[in-house]
Design a protein around this ligand. Structure first.
Ligand code: AMP
Ligand code: MG
Length: 394
């Protein structure tokens, strides 16, 4: 049995990214940028007005100026501005040659083709050429997740075919002769399969889809047949332990996988198996729902982050416990489903009650995991992994 830290280290050293693809800007949202991007030009490309008003030429002395024309945004000012002259200008328009400053229209008095200006403000109201970036300046780092703001930056530099990391192809197999589909009424000895939906949802929250999910009985031949394929990540639910009907490890060995660990000092989730074959990654996950939930967040998620190039989510906050289930000290590295809430600007954590890892309903409202390492205090302030931002009621 290895520690969770050793298990995570093994995942890091055996899992790489799933490769790079090029996509159109419209399909790039949520992608992870696979290259560093630099400015292709000066930004702004030329001096531009930041106000609607008048650009004035010559000596910067307040007084009366002759208005010789106008420069709307999108036009190029051909006429140079001379001493005592002004041009009507609008936000974003280019500053003509000879233009030293812009005066807001609120600060002038216009009379026919003249404007008089009593005083200049300190602000010249000009965005200078290159003040934001010069050609070659880094505008987005490799590994950046592309949201709306980043897509705007891609658009700004004309990068319409960004290279992003390919999302991994994920196959899931729920094993267990007792499983029936959620729309069935379980017969004697049968239960509804909940893990398939649990994993589908957890993966979606990372922006990765499980493209193929099936249920199969505890039959090593059938499991192997479904497991074979050219996916990037295989998840086998159930059969991770050493019972007579646990075929996870056997299946992976049969398919030529190397097993890197098959037991982790973890509660719940001890019989977690991690294996690879070339670039393909596989986990066999102990079947209980809370074991699934915890295994996903502490181990499987790390493999997905590696495959998809996502930033690693593993920051524990020391939070004060408020109410909830008393945490039992345990010789294993234990994780408790919990709910974090905000009160008066402070975060608190409330462990949820669960009698066994077979509980499903205890997962309701969970937005955090509390970690209690062997020998660590199980009350007061505890290490909390926030899974979602705590909500407040509007
Ligand atoms: P196993 O890991 O196969 O020994 O299963 C451990 C427990 O989890 C057993 O009680 C199983 O019935 C249950 N279980 C296994 N797979 C699922 C599933 N897909 N949905 C809900 N419970 C499951
Ligand atoms: Mg089973």
């Amino acid at each position: 049995m290895i520690s969770l830290e050793e298990a995570r280290q093994k995942i890091l050293s055996h899992v790489g990214n799933a490769g790079v693809i090029e996509v159109g800007l419209a399909d790039a949202w949520g992608g992870i940028l696979a290259e560093q991007l630099v400015a292709d030009a000066y930004y702004p490309t030329a001096d531009r007005s930041t106000m609607d008003g008048y650009v004035i030429g010559g000596d910067e002395v307040p007084g009366t100026f002759h208005v010789i024309g106008e420069i709307p945004a999108g036009t190029f000012p051909e006429i140079p501005l001379g001493k005592g002259e002004a041009l009507r200008i609008f936000t974003g328009a280019l500053i003509p040659q000879g233009g030293g400053r812009v005066v807001m229209q609120e600060d002038v008095t216009r009379d026919g083709d003249h404007v008089s200006i009593k005083a200049f403000s300190e602000n010249r109201f000009i965005r200078e050429k290159g003040s934001e970036a010069a050609p070659g300046d880094v505008v987005l780092e490799k590994g950046t997740k592309l949201g709306g703001a980043e897509l705007a930056i891609l658009a700004q530099i004309g990068e319409v075919r960004p290279k992003i990391l390919r999302k991994p192809v994920v196959r899931h197999i729920a094993t267990g002769s007792e499983l029936v589909a959620p729309d069935q009424i379980p017969g004697r000895g049968e239960i509804r399969d909940t893990n398939s939906n649990l994993l589908a949802g957890l993966f979606k929250s990372l922006g990765v889809e499980i493209s193929d999910s099936r249920r199969v009985a505890d039959d090593p031949q059938a499991i192997s047949e479904i497991a074979e394929g050219d996916w990037d990540l295989l998840l086998i639910s159930g059969g991770a332990s050493v019972g007579d009907y646990d075929f996870g490890a056997e299946t992976l060995k049969r398919l030529g996988f190397t097993i890197h660990f098959d037991k982790v000092n973890l509660r719940p989730g001890k019989p977690l198996i991690f294996a690879t074959r070339g670039n393909q990654v596989a986990f066999v996950i102990p079947g209980n729902p809370i074991s699934h939930f915890v295994s996903f967040h502490v181990a499987i998620r790390l493999a997905v982050e590696r495959l998809a190039g996502l930033p690693c989510h593993w920051n524990f906050l020391p939070l004060e416990i408020r109410g909830g289930e008393p945490l039992r000290p345990d010789p294993r590295d234990s994780f408790w489903v919990a709910r974090v809430s905000v009160e008066d600007g402070k975060l608190f954590v409330t462990p949820k009650s669960w009698s066994t890892s077979g509980n499903t309903f205890s997962l309701a409202g969970t937005n955090a995991l509390v970690r209690v390492k062997s020998g660590a205090p199980a009350d007061g302030v505890v290490e909390t992994l926030l899974l979602d931002l705590p909500e407040s009621i509007a």
